[in-house]
Design a protein around this ligand. Structure first.
Ligand code: RIB
Ligand code: CA
Length: 310
């Protein structure tokens, strides 16, 4: 029985591959997509999510726009990695489907409450929309299967020395979601930095040869170039589909149940995800944290999903 999922995202190059894995993997049933301001402003992320589905000829999946920015801070974006429109590289087609006129909160609530099976939420950007939905619609708390989020790190950050970008943008939302009591899995840089787009990976994905793979290769050309320019990482880490793999193919990741706290007040450490792997603080475990990735199995799953799309 496929797992019903909602993807909340900020496309962004790697978010597109997360959407394609969610749409193309037989173990998942992509029910809805919501968008948030993150890599680029909401107008772009909302258009880009629809373009990702258009390229893959995924029809009938509603896309609703959510929060333009964090719940308590000013939005910081990442055009240096994703370009001005969020999908630097290829020419972008017109989206085949209009933006859904519901808010992200309403689409999440109606999807979750209308599903006979508990729905999982996969978030691949700042987790603002999920925090707002849980805050404003408390009846959802008992109906969401789990939340899997790409963000944070058990080690260093990428946007600041201590904070990963998604956590940095909206740490207050992250703290609210982690504190909600819903099963929460963090897929941080410590594993997504193993999902490197090497030359061999690019060749493998491009060889699929369909329209989705061709568009994806143009995205990866740009994404690898900017990751080298900004982070000195020529084989760009494809972060977001790793979070989808947690539900698509659980054997692909090693998870550990541990304590996760979010730094909200540090001068240099705001957005840091404090993961107490050694249990030194003796606090109750409150999250599952990805600790290992079967890289070959991950790329095989992503390639198979892309091959199933247009
Ligand atoms: O730090 C990586 C994360 O920030 C990814 O989700 C990427 O898309 C950006 O949102
Ligand atoms: Ca993202």
């Amino acid at each position: 029985m496929p797992v019903p999922v909602i993807v909340d995202c900020d496309p962004g190059h790697d978010d597109v591959f997360a959407l394609w894995l969610a749409a193309g993997h037989p173990s998942l049933d992509l029910l809805a997509v919501t968008t948030v301001g993150g890599n680029v402003p909401l107008e772009h992320t909302s258009r880009n999510a629809r373009i990702a589905l258009t390229i893959a000829a995924v029809a009938g999946v509603p896309v609703a726009a959510g929060a333009a920015g964090p719940i308590a801070r000013k939005l910081e974006t990442a055009e240096s990695i994703h370009g001005e429109n969020g999908l630097g590289g290829p020419d972008l087609p017109e989206p085949a489907e209009p933006l859904d006129d519901r808010s992200a909160t309403d689409l999440i609530a109606q999807t979750v409450l209308g599903s006979p099976e508990p729905v999982a939420i996969i978030a691949t950007g700042p987790i603002t929309n999920i925090a707002i939905a849980l805050r404003d619609r408390p009846e959802l708390l008992g109906r969401i299967r789990e939340i899997v989020w790409m963000g944070g790190s058990t080690e260093r950050g990428n946007w600041t020395p201590y904070a990963e970008f998604n956590a940095w943008v909206d740490p207050e939302a992250l703290a609210l979601v982690v504190g909600s009591g819903i099963r929460f899995t963090m897929v941080g840089l410590n594993v997504t930095h193993q999902a490197l787009v090497t030359g061999a990976v690019r060749e493998r994905l491009a060889a699929i040869g369909n329209a989705t793979a061709r568009f994806g290769d143009e995205l990866l050309e740009f994404f690898c170039r900017t990751n080298e320019e900004v982070f000195g990482m020529p084989d760009g880490p494809l972060h977001d589909p790793v979070a989808v793999a947690v539900l698509a193919d659980p054997g692909c990741l090693e998870l550990t149940h541990t304590r996760l706290d979010i730094e909200l007040a540090g001068t240099e450490t705001v957005g840091a995800t404090s993961v107490d792997l050694g249990g030194v603080l003796r606090r109750e475990p409150n999250a599952w944290v990805a600790a290992g990735l079967d890289v070959e199995r991950f790329w095989t799953g992503l390639a198979d999903a892309v091959a199933r799309l247009a």
